[in-house]
Design a binder for this molecule. Structure first.
Ligand code: ASP
Length: 323
């Protein structure tokens, strides 16, 4: 068989593999949004204040990329939000190490991982995107870049998170807890009045993780993916599961193949269910498509998200695979 025929055969196999299974049924109704209307979708209850800040920008006709950065910064700077930025749960050794990424409507992306001492890693990721030819800076390199660009070095371990870590360290029993404190990564997706999409994702990662561990949140395609022609997706939960399935990219690709935002989130969760050990772990996906429809789905009950549209900001419980 000629190389071209092989290519055509392989292309057919690939498109069949990527197409949405006929058996995929959308078993939930998602709130619909009118085309072109600005709206914001973000993970967990800290999404409520994040959406408010983001809405100040898109509600006034501003750009989605500015809105997503402004939105998640509020959560990063809130010491009571113990899984993001200032006051974030440290690693096993008491270091607060942060992961964040951002992606705009042109497909441009910026990311930082294993970054310490900087309250707003999302703005460092934005600077990587805007001012460097790179996508990701890590660890000391990311810190040096931040300090060179005027970010201030700060102790991110608050008295409360230090106390909690010291109590944990007595037993050092490392086990991820599902939906612990109902506070996790903030992933925020926005559509502006122009119909353009952007996203941001930021976290202190898994509580009491190993020193040096990086999760899905700064990985373009795992914790966040935006394709302005198709849609955007973000993830929260046990990062290793999203990294092994490149979950946010998968959600967007499924929408490209014709899945609704809801079907795409469900299929990405099913990919984990079919292939990986998920029993005690949580993953939640959020997605929006180019027409302004949204999707949300999780492995376990307990995942909620904040949806802001028409000036109304609501916390909604996502449906889940396990009941
Ligand atoms: N996805 C984040 C991580 O694995 C944590 C989370 O969302 O709970 O680092």
């Amino acid at each position: 068989m000629s190389t071209r025929r092989n290519f055509l055969k392989n292309s057919a196999i690939i498109s069949a593999a990527l197409s949405v299974p006929a058996s995929l049924k959308c078993n939930t109704a998602s709130p619909q949004t009118a085309k072109g209307e600005a709206f914001i979708l973000s993970t967990w209850n800290h999404g409520i204040p994040a959406n408010e800040a983001a809405w100040k920008i898109v509600g006034e006709g501003g750009k989605a990329i500015d809105a997503v950065e402004a939105g998640v910064r509020v959560v990063e700077s809130d010491p009571k939000s113990t899984s993001v930025g200032l006051g974030g749960v440290p690693d096993r050794d008491g270091n607060v190490t942060l992961d964040a990424c951002i992606m705009d409507e042109t497909g441009n992306a910026g990311s930082v991982c294993f970054l310490q001492h900087i309250e707003n890693p999302i703005s460092v990721a934005r600077k990587v995107m805007d001012d460097t030819p790179h996508v990701m800076l890590a660890g000391d390199g990311a810190l040096k870049f931040a300090l060179d660009n005027g970010f201030v070095k700060k102790n991110l371990l608050t008295a409360e998170s230090k106390k909690a870590w010291q109590e944990w360290a007595v037993k050092s029993k490392y086990k991820p807890i599902i939906n612990s404190e109902n506070h996790d990564t903030i992933g925020l997706l926005a559509m502006d009045k122009n119909g353009d999409l952007s996203g941001a994702c930021t976290t202190s990662g898994l509580g009491y993780k190993m020193y040096g561990r990086v999760g899905d949140s700064p990985i373009i395609g795992a914790g966040l993916f935006v394709d302005n022609e198709v849609g955007a997706a973000t993830a929260t939960g046990m990062g290793e599961l999203m990294m092994k399935t490149l979950g946010s990219f998968l959600v967007v690709e499924l929408m490209r193949q014709g899945a609704t935002a809801q079907q795409a989130c469900e299929e990405a969760v099913m990919r984990i269910i079919k292939k990986l050990d998920y029993k005690d772990l949580q993953v939640g996906y959020l997605a929006i498509d180019k027409a302004g429809n949204m999707g949300a789905y999780a492995i376990q009950p307990g995942f909620n998200y904040a949806l802001m549209k028409g000036g109304k900001n609501e916390l909604i419980d996502a449906v889940s695979y396990l009941k």
